[in-house]
Design a protein around this ligand. Structure first.
Ligand code: 13P
Ligand code: SF4
Length: 303
């Protein structure tokens, strides 16, 4: 932390000076998450809180689709991302044209988009969802069949939780698809009382081994509520570091895979971002108007 301290101080000072806030996703490293983050959470919490802040500038410490979502929620604010190359394998797995083709192939079937997509893709969809509310969003439509894009694994997980027929896309999270059920069975054999909690972006054989499946915020809540002696956290590496703060009595097994996109965000880049007000994230207003509807429909649902 000594090496981080000058950056943390400079960033905190600049935030005050410029009336800026930092939205930090649960996958940020602890010096960002605990050192400079103002609003912390999963994708759903960050999208909701972005809409409420009265700051002039939001620095999005997360990936590009999250910054776009903040721009949709607060078009009048300046949204900065410390590294615009912070992408997401799910967001890059599908284009707006792909969604139009899906609509033509499945006329009348509503399209739910996971929040991990570009604003251009959201603009083609009926409603957004996150890993925290996907089942409820799908069921809120009252339709017998729903397209749930772009994560094939989230779609398969949702299909196990609802009677609605789910049609999916072929996208996958490059971080979560690397976990295997065999790996987790190994942990359980070594310690039968261990609790395994997994993100729904994991493949089905991983989720089959899990005691709990949920969003990053859901995982944190589960650990702090249940305070298990030992937990296997099946998600991105920084989560365990951040949850360990909140659950000091729990020991963590960390079969972690790094998200190379999330890890592009660092304290020096955040400082530069605030200092020079770069890189600003904008969304074409015509696209934004339609994409916003999809996000707002989700946020307004009484879930
Ligand atoms: P959460 O909405 O659960 O935080 O997930 C976002 C994400 O990118 C997970 O890989
Ligand atoms: Fe995208 Fe996966 Fe990284 Fe989340 S962890 S931002 S879904 S690549």
């Amino acid at each position: 932390w000594a090496a981080h301290a000058p950056y943390i101080k400079a960033i905190r000072d600049l935030k005050r000076e410029k009336n800026a806030v930092i939205l930090a996703h649960n996958y940020m490293t602890p010096e960002i998450f605990h050192g400079v983050g103002d609003i912390l959470g999963d994708s759903l919490q960050l999208a909701k809180e972005a809409a409420k802040t009265d700051a002039d500038i939001i620095v999005q410490c997360g990936v590009h689709f999250m910054a776009e979502t903040s721009k949709l929620m607060c078009p009048e604010k300046k949204i900065l991302i410390p590294d615009p190359k912070a992408g997401c394998s799910l967001a890059s797995s599908i284009t707006a044209e792909d969604v139009r083709a899906l609509r033509a192939a499945y006329p009348g079937v509503p399209v739910v988009t996971y929040v991990n997509t570009s604003a251009a893709v959201k603009a083609e969809c009926d409603i957004c969802c996150t890993s925290a509310n996907a089942v409820k969003v799908v069921e809120s439509l009252g339709a017998p069949r729903v397209l749930l894009i772009p994560d094939q694994y989230l779609a398969r997980y949702v299909a196990t939780q609802t009677k609605v027929e789910i049609i999916s896309w072929k996208g996958a999270c490059e971080v979560h698809e690397r976990f295997t059920g065999a790996e987790l069975r190994g942990y359980r054999e070594a310690e039968p009382n261990v609790k395994i909690i997994a993100h729904p972006e994991c493949p089905p054989d991983v989720i089959a081994e899990a005691d709990y499946t949920g969003s990053t915020a859901g995982m944190i809540m589960w650990v702090t509520d249940h305070q298990p002696k030992r937990v296997v956290l099946v998600t991105e590496c920084s989560m365990a570091d951040n949850v360990a703060y909140a659950a000091p009595k729990t020991e963590f097994t960390r079969p972690c895979n790094l998200c190379p996109h999330m890890k592009r965000i660092s304290l020096p880049k955040i400082l530069d971002s605030l200092l020079y007000e770069k890189v600003e994230v904008t969304v074409d207003p015509a696209v934004a108007a339609r994409a916003r509807l999809a996000v707002e429909r989700m946020v307004k649902l009484p879930l």
